[in-house]
Design a binder for this molecule. Sequence first.
Ligand SMILES: Cc1cc2nc3c(=O)[nH]c(=O)nc-3n(C[C@H](O)[C@H](O)[C@H](O)COP(=O)(O)OP(=O)(O)OC[C@H]3O[C@@H](n4cnc5c(N)ncnc54)[C@H](O)[C@@H]3O)c2cc1C
Length: 517
Amino acid sequence: MSKTAPILDCCIVGAGPAGLQAAYLLRKKGLSVKLLERGNGVSGFFRKFPRHRNFISINKVHTGLAEEEAQMRYDWNSLLNDEGLKVGTYTKRYFPKADEYVGYLEKFAEALEDEIVLNADVAHVGKKGDVFDITTKDDRVFQAHHVIVSSGVTQPWLPEVEGIELTENYMTFDVTPERFDGKRVLILGKGNAAFESAQKMLEHAASIHVMSPNPIKMAWNTHFVGHVRAVNAQFIDTYQLKSQNAVVDAMPMKIERDGDGYLVTAKMTAAEGHEIVLRYDYVIACTGFRWDPTIIDESIRPELLHFDKFPAMTPQWEAKSTSNLWFAGTIMQSRDFKKTMSGFVHGFRHNIAALTQFIESRIKGTDFPVHQGLVEGPELVDHIVERISLSSAMFLQPGFLGDVIHLTGPRAGTQYRDVPVHWAQETAEVLGTDSLMVTLEFGNFGQTPTHVKRAHTAYEGEPDPFIHPVLRHYRGGELMATTHLSDHLDSDWRRIADKVAGEATVTPLTFADLGQN
Ligand SMILES: Cc1cc2nc3c(=O)[nH]c(=O)nc-3n(C[C@H](O)[C@H](O)[C@H](O)COP(=O)(O)OP(=O)(O)OC[C@H]3O[C@@H](n4cnc5c(N)ncnc54)[C@H](O)[C@@H]3O)c2cc1C
């Protein structure tokens, strides 16, 4: 493409699930888009990772639910589309294999044939005036008014430990299990990559230690799906039942070669800093990934957050000091790091729906699209109940994406749907003079997360620990009141009569909390 080619509305860097999602939605809005991918196929990341090829995102095919939007609550892998392209038609596995997902993304990409440019390895993104120049390693230049960086996390993140460079890394280590027959292995890190790797070695290694300074965080406890998932947690049993494996809460201080093995000096964080020296045959760092900022020209490069892993960005996912430079995909987790699901497909696909609206509004000079609805009494209540029962975005991005409904004033009835809560809170026009913000949120699970207490009504005691609706009333931009409603066994607060037959477990359903029966 020469510089005389028309300037694109938007150029997207990286054709993983995020880039594909963004390109699909922008093209649907009639905008000119190119999606540049360094590989010779889409989804470079999932072709290699996870290394052991098992997804931790669910693919629930049989939900018993009629509404497509509600089905998406339990389909964490499909991208948003109007063509009925669902991962469930490619595999019925609850946890798909990574290769099956790549097959789905290849199918999804077929419709974007004119937009995708393969073997386009972006080396530099610069801005002159209002126009971005995007240059590939083989010197092709694309020009665009907007850039979305969806290049994922391509670099290893390593802790500052003396000798860390001697270790093997999750990104590249030879995963052949027989390598570890009868060996002693240290895995650094306590995320899913660490436990997934430990699990694969169970039948081979003599002893496996999983080490980091902080205790394990289980996803079923924290509700952050990036913490350790039960599907990767078999290993923990082997520690608790003293089967030669261990989860060690310790800060590694020094790693040295010792013949054909390693000596590791570590300070035990759970034993008052007690120092130990351990010997292993292999040390594998599963300490995470980071985004590569070097493709962005230094003059517009964003600062880095969260141990320098992700770029800083506004609540609209735009670079703080460079307008029209946007971020999509797993790097969106910079906004909700380890809290909600922007790092995963089921979170960021909904973020990208809002992001592409922001871009369209900016290009066309239009307001953010809103819905007009009912603003009074039972009809308003019915509307809210329907939204909290069906919205996939609110359910999968708890407290992060939500609805805002204007109650009075000239814009009464205006509804912003599935928008970033932080954006709404800082934008006077969105909050309006008198509005209700509706989100779904988890509460505090306390010490025994599997024995969950709940209140009978919305007006007593602590908010329910399980995901439940939260209503916030804003007047003149000020938060006036917050009400937590009760959770629901089916996460569906509609009247039985409003559901398709067979959708409900709980019957009869009462609406004491909402003043209805
Ligand atoms: C071990 C592991 C397991 C995971 N498992 C899951 C899971 O089960 N479910 C889930 O939802 N998420 C999972 N994730 C998170 C996962 O990384 C993201 O969901 C997904 O890969 C992010 O999509 P993305 O499009 O943002 O980035 P990526 O999938 O990384 O896609 C980025 C694309 O950009 C391309 N690219 C990079 N740099 C350039 C450049 N300079 N020029 C051109 N192209 C470039 C890459 O080749 C790639 O195709 C996992 C992460 C890890 C580390």
